[in-house]
Ligand binder design. Structure first.
Ligand code: SDX
Length: 424
């Protein structure tokens, strides 16, 4: 459905088509703006700019709604599992039993890494940040699977990419963790199921089904989030027809930042700092409000959600459940709850619609599962992989997609002549 918007500039009126999506969101299509008016737009952080039409994920920040392919996140977290949700995101429909079994069988085919990749993993220092390890090792995979370098990614390549990367990133993370604690890697055993297999590769001893289920729910909640910073990065890199490993590796790097996926590690470090400082979270709320203090309340605020992040609500309940199940008394959880309550009543946060986001409580669960803090953002990678791959596939199948190449407004020096060094 299309309407028109009118732009008046220097006495001229320009008609711009308006497109409306299936959830009644409307956008001005400025594809021809520069050609007709000579104007471009500027939008810091792309806060008001859509990059694509997408059918993968819908979120409404004002209402706190998140749906994968139309299914509410609450239902998927309650009824589905991470492999099934990955299939849904990638293929657009929930799988039949046969499709689900075939999909997981494909993931299970990649129960190991090429020896060369294992050698690369062994070269990293034990104190390397896991995000640097994952990003560089995913990029290195392109050296071992040349068939993925085909610029015209075939359907077979696209299909193989999701199952291969879902399996191999899990192994890369677990194998590197074992190296950091001086233990030999544990082979993947896909028969355990995706999340239990990961925990089994990480830790010695029997893995509790409820613990594996809690992790599976966390992975579902992280699986996609429309055009966030890292998904947009995967799309930008994919738009040049770079291969899938290069695109995903770039997404890993974008997610690393503490304003994005790196926030889950930063939340734990912030809570530890508050605990070590005597637990006075009001003091840290004051710091977060102080314009002269760069400190931000990690895990709070969101570009889109101006209401509760629906994922944070689910994770908070899961937090209580899993800590009770594991009989873990984590003082950081009590600090987090106190901090949340205090911030939600504080005018500064209320006025700016700052609520807990997906990263606020997730680190507390990862910590209870025994996952080291510096691996929290890598856990976000594991969850977000199917989302990135679904967005990349949608981009590569979009017949009108063009290479991403924004414009700019130049504000530098106007033309001037070169001066010999003796004249400067
Ligand atoms: C993720 O996009 C996604 O979908 C991301 C994600 C996904 O699933 O992919 O949901 C995952 O990245 C979640 C966000 C994790 N990051 C954090 O928790 C870091 C802390 N949060 C902030 O840095 C911030 O809220 C952002 C980066 C998340 C959003 O920043 P915006 O949209 O650019 O908003 P802003 O920085 O312009 O903030 C608006 C106002 C400012 O104050 P004023 O200039 O109006 O006075 O709110 C203030 C900000 O200073 N503010 C905060 C704050 N977040 C915003 N003040 C204190 N603490 C905070 N956390």
């Amino acid at each position: 459905m299309s309407d028109n918007a009118k732009l008046e500039f220097k006495g001229e009126v320009y008609e711009l088509p308006v497109i409306t999506g299936s959830e009644k969101e409307s956008a001005i299509d400025i594809t021809k703006l520069r050609a007709t008016s000579g104007l471009i737009t500027i939008d810091n952080g792309f806060m008001n700019t859509g990059s694509c039409l997408s059918s993968v994920t819908f979120l409404n920040g004002e209402k706190g709604i998140l749906r994968y392919r139309g299914y509410p996140i609450e239902q998927l977290a309650d009824k589905s599992d991470f492999v099934e949700v990955s299939y849904l995101l990638y293929n657009g429909e929930l799988p039949t039993k046969a499709q689900s079994d075939a999909f997981y069988a494909d993931i299970s085919k990649f129960a190991s890494l090429p020896d060369g990749v294992k050698n690369i993993l062994n070269q990293f220092p034990a104190d390397a940040h896991p995000m640097g390890v994952v990003s560089s090792t995913v990029s290195a995979l392109s050296c071992f699977y040349p068939e993925f370098l085909n610029p015209e990614a075939t359907d077979e390549i696209k299909e193989k990419a999701i199952t291969q990367l879902m399996a191999q990133v899990k192994i890369i993370m677990a194998n590197f963790y074992r190296k950091t604690i001086g233990k030999d890697p544990v082979d993947s055993n896909p028969a355990l199921g995706y999340s239990k297999d990961f925990l089994n590769m990480m830790f010695d001893g029997e893995i509790d089904d409820e613990v594996a289920s809690a992790l599976d729910t966390l992975l579902i909640l992280h699986a996609d989030h429309e055009q966030n910073c890292s998904a947009s990065t995967v799309r930008v890199v994919g738009s040049s027809q770079a291969n899938i490993f290069a695109s995903v590796s770039s997404g890993v790097d974008a997610l690393w930042g503490q304003l994005h996926g790196g926030a889950n590690q930063a939340v734990l470090e912030m809570l530890e700092e508050i605990k070590n400082d005597g637990g006075d979270y009001e003091k840290f709320i004051a710091k977060a409000k102080d314009k002269n203090d760069p400190f931000k309340l990690m895990g709070f605020g969101h570009r889109v959600y101006k209401n509760f992040d629906p994922r944070a609500k689910i994770i908070k309940v899961a937090c209580d459940t899993i800590l009770e199940k594991l009989d873990v008394q984590d003082p950081l959880l009590e600090i987090a709850k106190g901090l949340e309550q205090a911030a939600l009543k504080d005018e500064y946060f209320v006025q700016r619609n700052l609520y807990p986001n997906v990263d606020f409580y997730s680190g507390i669960i990862y910590k209870a599962l025994g996952i080291p803090t510096n691996m929290f953002t890598a856990m976000f990678v594991l969850g977000r992989l199917p989302g990135w791959l679904s967005q990349w596939k949608e981009l590569r199948e979009d017949k009108v997609a063009k290479i991403a190449r924004p414009r700019q407004v130049y504000v530098g020096e106007t033309e001037r002549n070169y001066k010999d060094i003796s004249e400067r």
